[in-house]
Design a protein around this ligand. Structure first.
Ligand code: ZN
Length: 71
């Protein structure tokens, strides 16, 4: 059975900073405090889903210029 690398983001290959992959309590994971963009999950190929967490950068919703007029 091939070992699944669950500590790296399948989208960008960087560390996903997953608390569970680091041996910490799941409640300490960043994904509990930050919403995951549905569009980010849709970029994952089906065979990659559920194997490894994505990283905070990829989970962040893409900035929409329509809603950021004040910047
Ligand atoms: Zn990533």
């Amino acid at each position: 059975m091939p070992q699944t690398d669950s500590s790296h983001c399948p989208l960008c290959g960087q560390s996903n900073q997953c608390a569970m992959a680091a041996g910490l309590a799941p409640a300490q994971c960043w994904c509990m405090a930050q919403p995951i963009a549905p569009a980010a999950l849709q970029r994952l190929p089906p065979e990659q889903r559920g194997l490894a967490c994505i990283c905070p950068q990829c989970a962040r919703p893409l900035p929409t210029r329509q809603e950021s007029q004040s910047i």
